[in-house]
Design a protein. Structure first.
Lengths: 396, 396
């Protein structure tokens, strides 16, 4: 991420601290090459070695406290006003800096529900508690979940521009892949072809290379989140692909569905079209209902009910997640009220958030119908960022 | 990492559990694309989406408990005997699995001192505590630090073979770079040249591209861990480079020092040679003292004292760290007893560990002398994995 974008996100963090009336946000980390708090890419933009604290205050001050050998690098970044080094022990500098601001609330990165707001490791939490134990600040620690959720969710114009471009490029690769898909080609070969296009164009993959893209051809496939196999595309298969790229630090995440004609067919069979259309219409219906203030589970309910009302089994996952720097980004989810999603389905949808909508259903004896689109939440509704799939793509 | 190496490390983990008399090691994670416990690359080898538990027992059983959509992927990996999916909530499956083994000690990944043993986030810790609160197991949680320290530290033959190859290739690139270094070339250009060789040969970088390699030419440079600048190499500069590659999942980490001749010189000035030789000899002395059972701080003391006894200032960091899958790997450090290193300088050195030895000293008006070698601890001492730098490299 460019320094300008880091500064833009820091400025946005300050606004959010004011809005939520939180005095200070403290990111407390070490050895970020070994394990990296996801907030670092957002508002730090470089790495650290020893215990390090990045502090952003409601008043707009920014201070980085670092092992002395990391100081030059951070100054070269130029994104924090104060860069303070320590040699032997961070405690005094850290407590001294906090003291200067006398904060009533200090947000730190832990969250039971959101992985992106849970970058503080338990060992580092114990260190922090130890440093603060004789100060009034120990009692003033709160979760940064609502800061991070807003900061990652509310996309700036520069972020949206990058994301739109990533989506366009993803759809181009998907389009070109249609010419490669044919009977006899394996799932792995389709995936390798797509990866070659990604590499050629200088993009990254949005998630682990093992299953980006995921390619599923025909009935009885491995199911979502599994890698492509040696299974070959056959006439009569419904084939679907889940794929995203990473471009200038931001991800796309889209799915499309194909049908491979059998000899003598000139279109997909009725039952395939019916399944495909139920998915397509459930996405349209979901998008019509997304607007600021609604809770994610309400939207999931609408799609889930539409699909089961049409006689299909419900999808075993959430309807949609946010997208941003990560393929699974932000806080709130369009998810059912299952325990595994914690409080995330209850979050209110906000303007500027980018969600996927990605229901699925199995079409018996043919394969899985899935479409995944991306929408951005607007003042009164949402807009598609991806040009929605209207017809099942036919492979002749 | 290959599946075979994952299996090898799992088998080693079982041995270590027996040795330490710990019944169960529990890795508890989620959304590993967003934040990844460093143990996952070592004994899991793939990613997960929802809350997931990877359990290894003293008896050699392995169980992965995953969100249902991650199950197929994990089965395809074939590294865990039992792969169990859940749809809504991990709690019952997790507690049920633990119950089956009735462990007296359950090691989880938190550590105040070692980042590599601190992969459990605080939010996930709170989740785990909640799941276990009505069971006897809450009281039986201990830190996995000694397991991870041994597992990452004690290199298997296959690991050492890969690491040796990485070191050879790194030294080749450093050698070739000597021909590129000349007056008028900038630090950034030297770094770009080295990166082009890395890319050409299909390697990765051992740490953040911003400062891998780090290149420092002349006096008053930015200091360790900073990126290369536009500063140009000049006659009379001492130049040093810190560089490592990533090869088959393992890192190298080495430093070398050059001197750029002035007009009329045919060797480096006395004070430059003296500084260089003090570094070289301090490394030899350190290596002669490394053996199983000694504590890291003792070795650091020896090098630090040798350097200050020779009239130079002490280096503001540790003498050495372990190397492995990460450039900064393992537990124990060859570090001074400074608070920032916690208990790591007190760990006993073990056979099979790979350490860097990397003292530094400033040569006034010329630049920084640093050499970084890698050694592997043997039964009674240690052996150099890198062919040690004996002479300052001369640039004519």
């Amino acid at each position: 991420m460019s320094k300008e974008m880091i500064k833009e996100k820091i400025a946005q963090a300050v606004k959010i601290l004011r809005e939520k009336n939180i005095d200070m946000w403290l990111i407390f980390v070490r050895e970020s090459s070994n394990i990296k708090d996801p907030s670092m890419d957002m508002v730090v933009g470089t790495s650290c070695t020893w215990q390090s604290a990045y502090i952003i205050t409601k008043d707009g001050d920014t201070t980085a406290i670092l092992g002395s050998l990391d100081v030059a690098n951070m100054r070269m970044q130029g994104t924090y006003k104060n860069v303070v080094g320590y040699l032997r022990y961070i405690k005094d500098t850290l407590v001294g800096t906090i003291n200067k601001y006398r904060p009533n609330k200090i947000a730190i990165n832990f969250s039971r529900d959101s992985s992106l707001a849970d970058g503080l490791t338990h060992g580092m939490y114990l260190e922090l508690v130890d440093y603060l134990k004789d100060t009034p600040y120990l009692e003033r620690l709160i979760s940064s979940e609502e800061i991070i959720s807003a900061l990652r969710g509310r996309k700036t114009t520069s972020e949206l521009d990058i994301m739109k471009h990533a989506i366009e490029e993803t759809l181009k690769i998907i389009d070109e892949t249609t010419h490669f898909i044919r009977p006899g080609v394996s799932e792995k070969e389709v995936a390798a072809y797509m990866k070659s296009l990604v590499k050629q164009r200088g993009f990254g993959l949005a998630w682990e290379a093992d299953y980006c893209p995921s390619v599923f051809s025909g009935p009885d496939t491995a199911g979502a989140h599994a890698g492509p196999t040696d299974r070959k595309v056959e006439p009569g298969h419904v084939l679907n692909i889940d794929f995203g790229i990473s471009y200038q630090g931001y991800c796309s995440d889209l799915q499309r569905t194909w049908y491979v004609l059998k000899d003598g067919e000139d279109k997909a069979p009725e039952e395939v079209l019916r399944g495909f259309n139920v998915i397509k219409d459930s996405i349209k219906l979901s998008a019509e209902n997304i607007k600021p203030g609604r809770q994610g589970y309400e939207i999931d309910d609408i799609a889930r009910k539409y699909i089961t009302d049409n006689g299909y089994e419900e999808y075993p996952h959430a309807l949609g997640h946010q997208v941003g720097r990560m393929a699974h980004d932000g806080g709130g989810l369009l998810a059912p009220k299952w325990e595994r999603y914690g409080d995330l389905p209850f979050k209110k949808i906000e303007q500027g958030e980018v969600y996927t909508i990605e229901p699925r259903l199995p079409i018996k004896d043919f394969g899985i119908a899935t479409i995944e689109e991306e929408v951005v939440v607007t003042e009164n509704g949402c807009e598609f960022l991806s040009s929605p799939q209207q017809e099942i793509i036919i492979v002749r």
